[in-house]
Design a binder for this molecule. Sequence first.
Ligand code: NAD
Length: 699
Amino acid sequence: MTDIVSYAVQGHLGVITLNNPPVNALSVSKGVLQKILDAIKDGEHDSAVRAFLLVGSGRAFCGGADISEFGKPAAVGMATLPVLAGYMDTVTKPIVAAIHGFALGGGLELALACHFRCAVAGTQLGLPEVKLGILPGAHGTQRLPRLIGVERALDMIVSGDPVTPEKALELGLIDELVKGDIATAGVQFANRMLREAREIRRTSGLTAKLEQPAEAFFAAARARVAKEHRGYPAPLAIVDCIEAAVTQPFAKGAARERELFERLRASTESKALRHLFFAERQVTKIPDVPEDTATIEIKSAAVVGAGTMGGGIAMNFANAGIPVKMLEMSQEALDKGLAVVRKNYAATVAKGRLKQADMDQRMALLQGVSSYDALKGADIVIEAVFEDMAVKKQVFERLDAVAKPGAILATNTSTLDVNEIAAATKRPENVLGLHFFSPANVMKLLEVVRADKTSKQTLATAMKLARTIKKVGVVAGVCDGFIGNRMLHGYFREAGFLLEEGATPQQVDRVIEDFGFAMGPFRVGDLAGLDVGWYIRKRQAATRPAHLRTSKVADQICELGRFGQKTGAGWYRYEAGNRAPIPDPEIEALIVKASGEAGIERREVTDQEILERCMYALVNTGASILEEGIALRASDIDIAYVYGYGFPRYHGGPMFYADTVGLSRVYEAVKRFHAVHGEFWTPAPLLERLAREGGKFNG
Ligand code: NAD
């Protein structure tokens, strides 16, 4: 077995090779850092060794810290990265990093502690810690500004985005761009540094350059970062650290960095972001569908219905280079659908985000067709016709008749029973729901709805397809609204009830936006169009249980012809050409009147109640969804909400948020609401049990 860090003397070089697959993570407990330190100490005493070369085996130099060690007690007696990096500063023989694949996070910090750096083309170099709610905690915030200048270091660390080696060379982050096999190129580069007797350049000994007065620069940086990263503490802490790199000696700056790193690591925001990092890796796993389940290859696709959703769905395939046919009821509808797709691509080209040639290539992959026969060869067909069971069944019967054996037949229904749709075919094992979100070419979430008879192969293929078309697939069971929309129902219901009880649309929206959503429920309604929900409510009115409370406000607004932004008025008023919502006294009067008609005495509604009613409505339904097995795990619900509904990432998703509040507190509130508002708030048994046991959803 190869050691996780190997050390060999090659000519004048002590070559230290990281060998901790898959990404050469700097695991403290496995002793990766300690072994690097031991190797350096060995070579320091070896007169044959004149310089050190640090290189990674496998696909990359180093992916950084082992984040599974976060939150665990430190391994006793093992070197950490700050200790190793600090020691490297004292070494009098040159230490060279030869980088390939990527040097990210701690991996780049390790390279920054070296005295010279080279990299091959195609490498990524970056400090992405901010994306996990922390900051580079092993001198990254102190060494990088000293090496490449304050402005550029600030941009790199606050964004967390990697740079190419070409850019890195321009920035002075690496000393040379090398070619060929990294181990060989690294040896050549290191030997040349020796031959040329290059003076050791310790990043800790450099001065962080800033072309402008520090005080004004950092005040402006703080203001900009606070605005662009609202709710996230890490970017502001990064500004503090970089300021220390300018105003303090290295050791003091490093101490400040450590202090802020520890504070961030313990923060709820960082825990939430780390939770999502792992949740995203879990979401692809389906307990009874092994990872090596055979899948079918999707080489061609078809979409039935070229409306709002169908066009966007088809674009996903064209974007992935998969030919896709679109079937409509009439040539006119087809032309309209294709024209919308073309317009969407053209807008992206106009913004400079897509080349005209790429647009042409994608459009060439899209073909409008007018008969079911044309769908014969498709490996997958996704239906996106009107939300009407009779129409959907008819479509599936016809698809069953023409589609090739084994082809996947998927429905994009939002509310209908996928089992019933599957039963319209003789191959229910090949049927499932693929619930895209609008706009379907943009939104990352894809609910993959597993029906009773959906085969494992069909499900595994759909999950793989999700990745191919760059979506995050979340498995959901069959129920009204699946995971996301079923939960959302209660959120909008409570937002509406709160108005009747004394709140205003602007108060509710403000509370939800302060929590971190881009828009509150009423602004969302105005953006999406209020007429859609109105038609649905009218259709459902006959079957709605009469004893349940309903609010008439939304319907009354639609009756005034106010459908939201598209009509210039909805819950708010809008000035022509401006999307800024203006609170409207007419709506407030309408709400007050509705309260009176419903016999509700208006009262002062606190911000806290608004937040609790809206969020715990999500959480209580989420608990039922989990218990019923509609979602496989709480973290899947969190992923769905973050990618499909704009739930603030720094709260980690609704279920993680409930865990951080404490489930007994959530449960007590739900019970309180139940006592006042009745059956909508019946506590989910799972919530009750976990609250009693002191448990968590994401346990
Ligand atoms: P839409 O009305 O914009 O488009 C439906 C299209 O289907 C129309 O162009 C219509 O001509 C065509 N069509 C109807 N019957 C057909 C048939 N028999 N054969 C071929 N084409 C037919 O509707 P939409 O918003 O795109 O919704 C489509 C489906 O997607 C619905 O099931 C809806 O519930 C679901 N969905 C919609 C959204 C959304 O935000 N709009 C989100 C997720 C899912």
